[in-house]
Design a protein around this ligand. Structure first.
Ligand SMILES: NC(=O)c1ccc[n+]([C@@H]2O[C@H](COP(=O)([O-])OP(=O)(O)OC[C@H]3O[C@@H](n4cnc5c(N)ncnc54)[C@H](OP(=O)(O)O)[C@@H]3O)[C@@H](O)[C@H]2O)c1
Length: 255
């Protein structure tokens, strides 16, 4: 039975992952900020899992979480907690930029680093939940894109550094998912632009498949998968496609 740690367990994707992994007999460590929500999630899964309360915006909370987690075997660490902000960059408060880097980048990096001896000992897998915006710098998501690019760079470098020690580092990049992360403006924009939104359950299935197959890089959805590749080699083609959409997107992005 594998032991899987999931951060952001009480969020939309976190709950879908927890439910799917539970149905496959994984032993879970559910990490979140809200103890009541964590208990309710655990109860819905038969109260057989562990819960850990930690605010990943706090360095002390990350250290203490890492220490607790390192004392037991860990087969998989899923860095799933994340924050998003849709809007014009001029409207993003500087404190939000810092908070998004803290939760989306610094927290997974510090948690992984503090747990590394245990993760290497257990030949574990670190699975970082990125975004297709970690491959494509997306207008009106400048901060979020920057955090997910950073997380992708971290994942790739760590994978290359630790492969010979048996540690696997996977990066999974979903497209839009129907969770609370997307507010009504985002949903309206995605609908108007014809962007597909996946259910958290469908995304969880693909993530668990990537985990099972040890797939190092996964972009979910077509044509997003293709655009991510094109953006890597011929970004000016994606520039042109996005320039055509910016005026329509700005209508939704403006506060
Ligand atoms: N939704 C999308 O369209 C989409 C697309 C691509 C990738 N993703 C990625 O998928 C992952 C899961 O997002 P989601 O869609 O499930 O969104 P969500 O429902 O908003 O869940 C986000 C989770 O992150 C947790 N979190 C936020 N700040 C935290 C903090 N300071 N300390 C600890 N936990 C914190 C939240 O905790 P609380 O439950 O306490 O609020 C929540 O559980 C994220 O990494 C996101 O970037 C999402």
């Amino acid at each position: 039975m594998q032991r899987v740690v999931i951060t952001g367990a009480t969020g939309g994707l976190g709950m879908a992952l927890a439910s799917l992994l539970d149905s496959q007999n994984s032993e879970l460590v559910l990490v979140g900020r809200d103890e009541v929500a964590l208990r309710a999630l655990n109860e819905s899964l038969g109260s057989k899992h562990q819960i850990r309360v930690a605010d990943l915006a706090s360095a002390d909370a990350i250290d203490s979480l890492a220490e607790q987690l390192s004392q037991q075997r860990v087969d998989v660490l899923i860095n799933n907690a994340g924050l998003n902000e849709f809007g014009e960059f001029t409207d993003v408060p500087p404190a939000t930029i810092e908070q998004m880097f803290q939760v989306n980048v610094i927290a997974p990096m510090k948690l992984t680093q503090a747990m590394l001896p245990a993760l290497v000992r257990d030949k574990a897998t670190v699975l970082n939940i990125g975004s297709v915006f970690g491959y494509i710098g997306f207008p009106f998501y400048a901060t979020y894109s920057a955090t997910k690019f950073a997380l992708r760079g971290f994942s790739e470098a760590l994978y290359r550094e630790y492969k010979d020690q048996g540690l696997k580092v996977l990066f999974v990049a979903p497209r839009a998912i129907a969770t609370n992360m997307n507010d009504a403006r985002t949903e309206a924009m995605n609908k108007a632009l014809g962007n597909t939104t996946d259910t958290p359950e469908a995304v969880a299935l693909q993530i668990v498949r990537a985990l099972r197959e040890g797939q190092i890089r996964t972009v979910i959805g077509f044509p997003e998968k293709l655009f991510a590749r094109i953006n890597g080699v011929l970004p000016n083609i994606v520039d042109k496609a996005l320039f055509k959409q910016v005026a329509a997107m700005r209508k939704f992005a403006r506060k």
